[in-house]
Design a protein around this ligand. Structure first.
Ligand code: PEP
Length: 250
């Protein structure tokens, strides 16, 4: 089963409007000149989604949000609803990033509700899961990641509306990565769990991204693993050339 890789940039809380538009336009220009063997996505801060989506309209570069609320509207000051992202031209949204889980106390149940809201709005949810360093050192990686997968995946999930991102928390922004056998073990375990929820054929189509200090120098090795179907990239997604080099590694 061949799955088309997804290379997704998580810009986090970076880029004012002009910077974001320039970055996205730089990637879109590369895409116009050459088509890599992957889908490309950028997830700017919510303040810039509109400008970026307008700047790359008509290109093959997709745009996504970094979070959404579980409700579609209402009294939630400062929050952003999934239909609002859709309205701006987003087609994806990241939910359950470890920084949201840590900074905003998001539980698996909250992440599942957000993914459900994303689906209802017609967005593809990128559901993030991953263990902390203490959990890995304690030999609990598969238990923790499996629990997050089970708890965060909504009933309506399909390989078309959902992407999983395995992101070891200790690898995010640290320059450290698990070994390739360690990544392969977790991705294989996630796919086995997915078979129970989505069926064997559904699991075989599900895209499972790796995230955590992916960069041009290690992307090829990570992306070559059988169950790694792309990357969720933070720091290296803020430079056109680095992001493009990762996309070219597919
Ligand atoms: C992330 O924030 O999802 C991420 C993977 O960050 P970085 O690539 O900087 O480790």
């Amino acid at each position: 089963m061949s799955r088309r890789p997804l290379i997704a940039g998580n810009w986090k809380m970076n880029c004012l409007k002009a910077e974001g538009v320039a970055l996205a336009e730089g990637i879109a220009a590369k895409l116009r000149a050459q088509a890599p063997a992957a889908d490309l996505l950028v997830c700017p801060p919510a303040t810039v989604v509109d400008s970026v989506a307008r700047a790359v309209a008509g290109s093959r570069l997709a745009v996504g949000g970094q979070d959404c609320h579980a409700d579609k509207s209402g009294a939630h000051t400062g929050d952003i609803a999934a239909p609002m992202l859709k309205d701006l031209g987003a087609s994806y949204v990241i939910v359950g990033h470890s920084e949201r889980r840590a900074d905003h106390g998001e539980s698996d149940a909250v992440v599942r509700a957000k993914a459900t809201a994303a689906h209802a709005a017609g967005l593809i949810a990128i559901i993030c899961i991953g263990e902390t360093e203490v959990e890995r050192d304690g030999g609990r990686t598969l238990e923790v990641v499996g629990g997050q997968f089970e708890g965060s995946l909504p009933n309506g999930a399909t390989p078309d509306n959902t992407v999983i991102a395995y992101e070891p928390v200790w690898a995010i922004g640290t320059g450290r990565t698990p070994t390739t056998p360690e990544v392969a073990e977790v991705h294989g375990a996630i796919r086995a769990l997915a078979a129970k929820r989505l069926g064997t054929a559904g699991s075989a189509r599900l895209r499972i991204l790796y995230g955590g200090s992916m960069k041009p120098s290690n992307a090829k090795e990570l992306l070559a693993l059988e169950d790694v179907d792309g990357g969720l990239i933070g720091g290296a997604s803020l430079k056109v050339d680095d992001f493009w080099a990762i996309a070219q590694s597919c």
